[in-house]
Design a protein around this ligand. Structure first.
Ligand SMILES: [Zn+2]
Length: 152
């Protein structure tokens, strides 16, 4: 094999070498060239140093980032839950006052027959009961959520 490798080809081999992807033969080519070529030797040494310093700093940075992410998640989760619960609360409050006002107007209306007043009231009362039971179920789920988290 008399083919001489250009520095461009060697720089490809250098990155392959750093990634531990070279065959025995390719490594030999690389070292043969590097012994005769000062600039490629400098490149190899520089990249090796760079790789070493990255390997030293990366795991630590990664750990810090994971830690930060964990803290962030911890901070975000209760907040989004509180927002959701504020939504539920506002919905409940709005629904209750609307319902109250509507029923009051409805009962004040002399043109509406009494049986209709009763059945409408019963209907809305039923809807309110369903809504409240869903709300209570959500509350229970929230409690068991917390319990599960403690268990984990
Ligand atoms: Zn070279």
């Amino acid at each position: 094999m008399t083919k001489r490798y250009s520095c461009d080809e060697i720089s490809v081999l250098i990155s392959g070498y750093l990634d531990d992807e070279l065959s025995q033969q390719q490594q030999q080519r690389l070292f043969l060239h590097v012994q005769q070529c000062a600039s490629c030797q400098a490149q190899l040494e520089q990249l090796q140093l760079l790789q070493q310093s990255m390997q030293q700093s990366l795991p630590r940075e990664g750990a810090t980032m994971r830690e930060q992410q964990r803290i962030q998640q911890h901070l975000n989760e209760p907040k989004s839950r509180a927002t959701r619960w504020l939504g539920w609360l506002l919905m409940a409050a709005g629904l209750t006052s609307l319902l109250g006002y509507g029923l009051y107007q409805f009962w004040q209306d002399p043109t509406v027959p009494v049986w209709m007043k009763f059945s409408f009231s019963a209907f809305w009362l039923g809807a309110l009961v369903v809504f409240l039971s869903v709300l209570r179920q959500r509350l229970n789920e929230r409690k068991s959520d917390r319990y599960n988290k403690v268990k984990l």
